[in-house]
Design a protein around this ligand. Structure first.
Ligand code: KIV
Length: 277
């Protein structure tokens, strides 16, 4: 596996040569280390952390301080992976100045390589302004969880010709605004393929079929650590929750029965020293 730091140029090269790009969420040091060791190209500190790490009902309540706290831990772990800081709801909506200031905090305070923000054509001017000052931006279209209420829930987007055309236009506008990559969430595979073919920047799919330039999943979904619900697009590669629960119950039982700690987990003292106590 190549150990050089992933760059925008190397991601672009993957698209050009038809090699798939990998992206995984991580929110803490040990997870980000594992993701990095696995050779995943890009590590997304998604605002999904609000749901899978902090127990919120949606991503809406996530704050800048929460995002920066988790981004810093991930950046400390990422030796190779390109770290993406996800801008939380209302951190880029009030004004362009506010958006630039908050994007800058992800780079300057947390050490992220770029930021991601949700929205299509209506956000292109914000993307353009952030890119203009030198911060790389990853777009995010389709199902945008921060505005799921406006979309009437966590539904597949772009199912009819009119909304599909709007998404295609959004992708074009984001590319023209300077976005270096675009996440497409929950859109029909044919539409994702069409957008991927037309754009020159890489597309990353989540619930967008196999023809995107790359794929992303939420780490907790992939390893079975989020038990509230599992979206259709998730593939669970391992189910850790029952294994961890079993281990915890074993610990509880062994402490209560006196089986843990054993002599192998304890520290001896010379008997002559013990006598002097
Ligand atoms: O917050 C997140 O994890 C995301 C991914 C689902 C793309 O935006």
């Amino acid at each position: 596996m190549e150990s050089q730091k992933v760059t925008i140029a190397s991601l672009q090269k993957k698209k050009s040569s038809g090699q798939k790009i990998t992206m995984m969420t991580a929110y803490d040091f040990p997870t980000a280390s594992l993701v990095d060791q696995a050779g995943i190209d890009t590590i997304l500190v998604g605002d999904s952390l609000g749901m899978v790490m902090l127990g919120y009902q949606s991503t809406v309540p996530v704050t800048m301080d929460e995002m920066l706290h988790h981004c810093k831990a991930v950046v400390r772990a990422a030796k190779r992976g390109f770290v993406i800081g996800d801008m939380p709801f209302m951190s880029y909506h009030i004004s362009v100045e506010d958006a630039i200031l908050n994007a800058g905090r992800f780079i300057k305070e947390a050490g992220c390589d770029c930021i991601k923000l949700e929205g299509g054509s209506e956000m292109a001017h914000v993307v353009e302004a952030i890119v203009r000052i030198g911060i790389p931006v990853c777009g995010h279209i389709g199902l945008t969880p921060q505005t799921a209420t406006k979309l009437s829930g966590y539904n597949v987007q772009g199912k009819d010709a009119e909304s599909a055309k709007a998404l295609l236009q959004s992708a074009r506008d984001l590319e023209n605004a300077g976005a270096f990559m675009i996440v497409m969430e929950c859109i029909p595979d044919m539409l994702a393929a069409r957008i991927t073919k037309e754009l020159s920047v890489p597309t990353i799919g989540i619930g967008a079929g196999k023809d995107c330039d790359g794929q992303v999943l939420v780490y907790h979904d992939l390893v079975g650590l989020f038990e509230r619900f599992t979206p259709k697009f998730v593939k669970q590669y391992v189910n850790l929750s029952p294994q961890i629960r079993d281990a915890l119950v074993k610990f509880k039982n062994e402490v209560e029965s006196g089986a843990f700690p054993g002599p192998e987990h304890s520290f001896a003292m010379k008997p002559e020293e013990a006598k002097k106590i």
